[in-house]
Ligand binder design. Structure first.
Ligand SMILES: *Cc1c(COP(=O)(O)O)cnc(C)c1O
Length: 454
């Protein structure tokens, strides 16, 4: 960091958000050691100025390389396209390798993360009349996996700083029909599993970890997905390990994992008997091939994302306008599927989030909100309330209470205030790329008095 790069304008900007006393001392700069590679005092690009980043090419996502192409040709030529055709095919091999990577005894591949979650719900015997507590701040796949089995997804509000399910809210919502908790490691960062597991143990509940965004993250020395009874992953194209559409379940309980296999195989067990309810959720050999070919190098990409995310966070350390997602004690790493921050408009001249995002995009850095509405506000709620099976399996009083307790004001606030960088690709960039992100943010901040002209 070179102090000489501080412009007068920048100094004034600093004074307005830092303490004057701090500025008078030698504790510059107020935002941490930001490298000033651009002229932050320049006119906003959206108002006709030069953008910070002219034609940024981010690392491509989904990750792909020649190894995958070769492996795929081999699978095509082999004629083994379905997992049940060979015990040595790419899906059975992927299951062995993925379990190794995660440090569990078993893994079962599925066609998606939603399918993996629903397989667990079915395998645990959860169905009509049962309740599963989860968060409204998630992908619809989480909720879908519960209502597909006609169980009741009970919404626990989130911690507005970490965006994660709030264990206190979970505990409040336990009833005699609660069978499981489905916590989500949102953005790929660990939720408060210590509290979740303590609550589950106290009330004798199962825990299905929705690890769909959180491949390879570590919490208190444990890989995410290995802490609860079962862990579920998504390999949908945007996720940090991806094959277009795909999923997996991991676990250490042989009997339960065997049940998961049976459920995802339309109820047909490894013995060939048709034993239970189950949709056909099998992963195919092409998906297995693409996944297998990237497992070796997935850890490198994971490490790079963590390094770049730590760099961004260090740059934002003393900047109150954007506050990175709070990580819980015990967080050793996360997948950084998304790099997320709370937007504090009071530090941007009260400009609404949209104006900030527009100005930032014009500077060449695209960020966005994440989920527009918490899932407690989506029409599936009315849909299930209108279904006979819900009216029969839950008392009128329970359904009324359910609707009365559906509000999740903290989730609503996060939906309105959060900004994110979709991180799977961009966080595989260089430190100079990270500086571009920070410089664009700081330029918009320096020009915050102009944001209301947009
Ligand atoms: C992506 C995702 C899912 C669903 O996974 P699919 O593979 O898209 O079915 C579930 N939960 C979370 C948190 C997700 O991000």
């Amino acid at each position: 960091m070179e102090k000489s790069n501080f412009t007068r304008r920048r100094f004034i900007t600093g004074v307005s958000i830092g303490s004057v006393a701090a500025m008078a001392s030698s504790s510059l700069p107020v935002f941490g050691n930001i490298m000033h590679t651009t002229n932050e005092t320049g006119k906003l690009a959206i108002l006709g100025g030069e953008p910070v980043v002219k034609s940024k090419v981010w690392p491509k996502w989904p990750y792909r390389d020649e190894k995958m192409v070769e492996a795929m040709s081999k699978t095509v030529r082999s004629g083994i396209w379905c997992r049940i055709e060979s015990p040595n095919g790419s899906v059975p091999t992927f299951e062995i390798e993925y379990a190794k990577l995660m440090g569990t005894k078993f893994a079962v591949g599925t066609g998606s993360g939603t399918q993996a979650l629903n397989t667990c719900v079915e395998a645990l015997g959860i169905g009509p009349g049962d309740e599963v507590i989860t968060s409204p701040y998630t992908d619809m796949g989480t909720i879908s996996s519960i209502i597909t089995s006609r169980a009741l997804p009970v919404m626990a509000d989130i911690d507005p700083l970490s965006f994660q399910i709030d264990p206190n809210e979970v505990e409040k919502r336990i009833t005699e029909n609660t069978k499981a908790i489905m916590p989500i490691h949102i953005m790929g960062q660990p939720c408060n599993m210590e509290r979740i597991m303590a609550i589950a143990n106290k009330h004798n509940l199962k825990v299905i970890e929705d690890t769909c965004q959180a491949h390879l993250g570590v919490y208190q020395g444990k890989v995410l997905g290995t802490i609860g009874d079962l862990g579920c992953f998504s390999f949908q194209t945007s996720k940090t390990i991806s094959c277009g559409e795909g999923g997996a379940i991991i676990g250490n309980n042989a009997e339960l994992m065997d049940k998961c296999y049976t459920v995802q195989n339309h109820g047909t067990s490894k013995k060939g008997r048709s034993e239970t309810i189950g949709a056909k959720y099998r992963m195919n050999e092409f998906e297995g091939t693409i996944l297998l070919a990237q497992l070796d190098s997935a850890k490198e990409r994971f490490a790079l994302r963590n390094k770049n995310a730590a760099y961004l966070t260090s740059k934002l350390k003393n900047f109150p306008g954007l506050v990175p997602q709070k990580l819980y004690e015990g967080t050793e790493s996360g997948s950084f599927y998304l790099y997320t921050m709370s937007y504090h408009k009071e530090h941007f001249n009260n400009a609404p989030r949209d104006k900030f995002l527009k100005a930032l995009a014009a500077e060449g850095i695209n960020m966005s909100g994440y989920i527009a509405n918490g899932l407690h506000k989506e029409p599936w709620v009315d849909h299930i309330m209108g279904l006979k099976v819900y009216q029969k399996m839950y008392s009128t009083a329970r359904l009324k209470q359910y609707l009365d307790e559906l509000a999740c004001p903290k989730c609503d606030q996060v939906c309105a205030d959060m900004v994110m960088l979709w991180a799977s690709g961009p966080l595989l960039g260089t430190l100079a790329d990270m500086d571009d992100i920070i410089n664009a943010i700081m330029k918009v901040h320096a020009n915050r008095d102009k944001l209301n002209q947009i």
